[in-house]
Design a protein around this ligand. Structure first.
Ligand SMILES: Nc1nc2c(ncn2[C@@H]2O[C@H](COP(=O)(O)OP(=O)(O)OP(=O)(O)O)[C@@H](O)[C@H]2O)c(=O)[nH]1
Ligand SMILES: [Mg+2]
Length: 430
């Protein structure tokens, strides 16, 4: 099967090989978020092609293969290797993505047989994360993940060579000495990057504490990759952030302060897209971005209504939310891309189009309502001269009614329970 998909002129040509493992096969190493459940081979292939295109690879050949057994040296059988090698030679393909976890040896053997650079699924996702990382913390997290990945590959190559040598324990040849050197350099770099990351993360923690102290509620957009979170984020904030027709347009949590129609200030957070089969190396980086999710007051779970895999994706997202202890959080289900399809919006969800803006204003209203669900209405009197107090009430709550009686304001203000207590304490302290 051969497909011509969205050619980008000037980009390196690539092939994508989707791999269905033999039944009952448990992959070595494995992936953190479980198998891409509920997807057909073709759907998985389409996703892998999308990922490759996110790396600016001009995908000119794609094929999903079903393995009946595993060939240890190359994973793929001889027939498949021949076919892909022929495509590589005919079409000048430079990169072959094999959408599965390959051992270092398999990767090397395939590169020799195909005469092209071979990228496995982990390598591909790491490269995408590296390309998209924007903040310093995000870049450092990805570098840690990449170094960890390379380190594990070197260790495995090393033990493979030792096995070949028969384990005599003698000092090896120049190749082995090179590996030993590489290993040391990797370790040193890894230690350095981890140190820098710790510093940056401390700064981030402080920022988060400051936000909590100021009592600004946080609303986080979560959802599967490509659901349209960043596009919706931009719509909601109407302030430019990088938007790309690509997966993983975001690695770092992006935040903006936003004023809702009901006057409430919130911090809106865009997060990295969830993805099935997330490489182990990236789990820590991924979890760090999800700290914002764990701390959020409200989650907007963004679904791509136009994607046939929507339910399977939602399932993956739910799994991760449960893993990080955010399953019970207040939530609004947002169904995006209603401009693309005529399907009804499920249940009590909200249909929006981040592209046309349809439904977005209504969504902001709903966000405001949900955040105020458990607020209390407080009746207060404030002398007209006390501008600071009035400002505090406006900043922390929604002023529902207000009337001036001589020199005294009578107000009804909706406030968080904590803010009501704080107000009473401030008043009592005078
Ligand atoms: N037709 C249509 N396309 C949309 C809409 N919202 C987003 N898109 C497109 O969907 C693609 C992905 O959008 P993003 O906003 O980058 O998706 P994301 O959820 O942030 O993706 P990650 O950051 O990878 O998790 C882009 O090509 C958008 O233009 C929409 O409402 N309608
Ligand atoms: Mg995004």
């Amino acid at each position: 099967m051969q497909a011509l998909i969205d050619r980008t002129p000037g980009a390196p040509k690539g092939a994508v090989v989707g791999v269905e493992m033999p039944r009952g096969y448990a992959p070595e190493g494995g992936f953190a978020l479980g198998p891409r459940a509920g997807r057909t081979a073709d759907e998985k292939l389409a996703e892998a092609v999308n990922l490759a295109q996110a790396l600016d690879i001009d995908v000119v050949y794609s094929e999903a293969v079903h393995l009946s057994k595993i060939i240890p040296a190359t994973l793929l059988g001889g027939g498949v290797v021949e076919r892909v090698a022929a495509a590589v030679a005919e079409q000048g393909i430079e990169v072959v993505v094999v959408d599965v976890l390959l051992s270092p040896r398999q990767q090397r053997e395939l590169e020799l047989a195909l005469k092209a650079k071979v990228l496995d699924r982990t390598g591909m996702i790491l490269d995408i994360f590296a390309k998209r990382a924007r903040t310093r913390a995000g870049k450092l997290q990805v570098e840690v993940a990449q170094l960890t990945y390379q380190q594990s590959r070197l260790v495995r190559l090393w033990s493979h060579l030792e096995r070949q040598r028969g384990g005599t324990g003698k000092a090896g040849g120049p190749g082995e000495r090179q590996i030993e050197l590489d290993k040391r350099m990797l370790n040193a770099r890894l230690a350095k990057v981890k140190g820098e990351l710790r510093e940056v993360e401390q700064g981030r923690g402080l920022q988060r504490m400051a936000r909590q102290k100021n009592n600004v509620p946080t609303v986080a957009l979560v959802g599967y990759t490509n659901a349209g979170k960043s596009t919706l984020f931009n719509r909601l904030v109407s302030e430019g952030t990088l938007v790309d027709d690509a997966l993983f347009a975001t690695l770092d949590p992006l935040m903006r302060k936003l004023n809702l129609p009901n006057g409430l200030d919130v911090v809106l957070v865009d997060t990295v897209g969830f993805i099935a089969d997330l490489p182990h190396e990236l789990v820590e980086a991924f979890k760090a971005t999800l700290e914002e999710v764990v701390m959020a007051d409200l989650l907007l779970h963004v679904h791509d209504l136009s994607n046939p895999e929507m339910l399977a994706q939602a399932h993956d997202v739910e799994t991760v939310l449960a893993q990080i202890g955010a399953a019970e959080k207040r939530r609004i289900e947002v169904f995006n891309k209603i401009d693309k399809v005529t399907m009804p919006v499920p249940g009590d969800g909200y249909g929006v189009s981040a592209v046309t803006g349809k439904g977005v204003v209504e969504l902001l209203d709903v966000v405001g309502d949900r955040l105020q669900e458990d607020w209390e209405t407080m009746e207060v009197q404030v002398p007209a001269g006390e501008g600071k107090k009035l400002a505090w009430l406006y900043a922390h709550g929604e002023v529902v009614t207000k009337a001036l009686d001589g020199e005294m304001w009578s107000l009804a203000v909706k406030l968080r329970a904590g803010d009501v207590a704080l107000w009473k304490k401030m008043e009592g302290a005078q």
